[in-house]
Design a protein around this ligand. Structure first.
Ligand code: GBH
Length: 453
């Protein structure tokens, strides 16, 4: 695959992504309040390897050298999230200055290195004090979120390139309140759908508040979209694929882009649907300057549940590697929705990443994953989809939520015993892809040829 940077529009943004709880550590420092993930990690059985984000990648102390790594990759942009409980320890009231200072230094450090800051306000670390009041099931949390958004926006908005409200509201609602896999670990569909509604409401309120406060930075939201395919032509499989799509994707896309919940799902959910007050859907449909799409894999649906296609190649998460899912998804979004510009806000893969005798990590599979998915993005752009950027998940191996440290998504290998960061081969490949002089003329380099023969 002779992919090069010149296969993308000249102003296309390439970056890497992380999130606060997954890398920062320092959970007790400088006045940070407790988050729902601190609580969740301390409940037995929640995290596969029994770990927490207390230290993680110690990024809170190592941010300057981490920014040097990012600069070393030669990316245009860095996507990170802010920990709400650092900024408002109890989720309400005045700013904890030391918390906001940290992100101000981070943003200034990025700008000093010529890297554009893409910030996300909420990547799942809700202040525990708000969870004690019901968390996202409580409608007030949406108001609190908009206030927090305004605090950040008015302080940092002048230096950010992009500001997203929520990362993956599906995860903070259905995965967390219905499937019980993420904090707060509940299993109640009615509560989960209320949480989803209030997350979307918080997003809409935040956009309005930020715009009313004169914040000029482009504003959007990031969704995890998981395209679903029926395993066969059987109408029962087809119906299930449609319902799976409704559960994972349309429940968020439809209200955000069309101002309505999908009618088929509304019917299916029966008594579990959320209470909608007049004006809610107008708020949720507040215009987006961009839509962030996180893509990892697809689902193949049958009437009796998801199946793994035979011969499927899978990652260490047991997720199918299916790059065509990304181009299909992007083309479908353009066909079915009125869309703002899109951004691939996360894409990447976990592999075993064992260090070999030479001390290195030869993660050829990850490089291939990134190449094939970048190629899928290029194809979607060719087909007329307005995609403006692509961010690899993740900069470095980090706390992979319910999997603890047992899954590695990084371009850089994290040695947790020493906090040393090591270039994986995939990081070298990405640097090469971004910076190779050969990019002026789109001919493949020898390195690229061996990687994709
Ligand atoms: C992203 O979530 C997160 O934003 C990021 O923090 C995380 O580290 C990264 O992915 C890697 O996991 O869960 O069985 O229903 C992606 C979450 C992954 C949720 C795929 C839906 C489908 C299979 N999505 N998942 S399942």
């Amino acid at each position: 695959m002779n992919l090069s940077r010149t296969d993308f529009p000249p102003d296309f943004t390439f970056g890497v992504a992380t999130s606060s709880y997954q890398i920062e550590g320092a959970t007790q420092e400088d006045g940070r309040g407790q988050s729902i993930w601190d609580t969740f990690c301390h409940q037995p059985g929640r995290i596969r390897d029994g770990t927490t984000g207390e230290v993680a990648c110690d990024h809170y102390h190592r941010w300057e050298s981490d920014l040097d790594l990012i600069a070393g990759l030669g990316v245009d942009a860095y996507r990170f999230s802010l920990a709400w409980p650092r900024i408002q320890p109890l989720g309400v009231g005045a700013v904890n200055e030391k918390g906001l200072d940290f992100y101000e230094c981070l943003v200034d450090g990025l700008l000093a290195r010529g890297i554009r800051p893409y910030a996300t306000l909420y990547h799942w670390d809700l202040p525990q004090a708000l969870q004690d009041q019901g968390g996202w099931v409580n409608r007030d949390t949406a108001e609190r979120f908009a206030e927090y958004a305004a605090l950040v926006g008015t302080r940092l908005g002048d230096r950010l390139t992009s500001l997203a409200t929520l990362n993956e509201p599906w995860c903070s609602s259905l995965l967390s309140y219905h499937l019980g896999a993420h904090a707060p670990g509940l299993k109640d569909r009615r509560l989960a759908l209320a949480a989803a509604h209030h997350l979307l409401l918080g997003h809409g309120l935040a956009l309005r508040t930020l715009r009313a406060s004169g914040v000029q930075v482009p504003l959007g939201i990031v969704l995890n979209l998981n395209p679903t395919y029926a395993a066969t032509e059987d109408p029962a499989d087809q119906a299930r694929a449609l319902a799976d799509d409704g559960y994972s994707n349309r429940w968020f896309l439809d209200p955000l882009l069309r101002g309505e919940y999908p009618a088929d799902m509304w019917k299916l959910y029966g008594q579990d649907v959320p209470e909608i007050r007049p004006g809610d859907l107008e708020l949720i449909r507040e215009p987006l300057d961009f839509l962030g799409v996180n893509y990892y894999t697809r689902t193949v649906s049958t009437a009796s549940g998801p199946v793994m296609p035979e011969e499927a190649e899978v990652t260490h998460m047991d997720w199918e590697v299916y790059p065509q899912g990304l181009s299909d998804l992007l083309v479908r979004l353009k066909r079915e929705y009125p869309l703002p510009p899109l951004l691939i806000a996360e894409n990447g893969a976990a592999y075993l990443d064992e260090r070999t005798a030479d001390g290195q990590v030869h993660d050829l599979e990850r490089t291939r994953y990134l190449q094939t998915h970048l190629n899928a993005v290029a194809q979607a752009i060719q087909a007329g989809v307005d995609v403006r950027g692509y961010f690899v998940w993740s900069l470095l191996d980090n706390f992979e939520w319910a999997y603890g440290y047992s899954r590695r998504f990084g371009l850089f290998y994290t040695d947790y015993a020493t906090q040393e960061r090591l270039w994986k081969d995939s990081a070298r490949w990405y640097r090469h892809f971004l910076n190779a002089p050969g990019n002026a003329t789109p001919s493949p380099t020898p390195e690229l040829e061996t990687l994709s023969e």
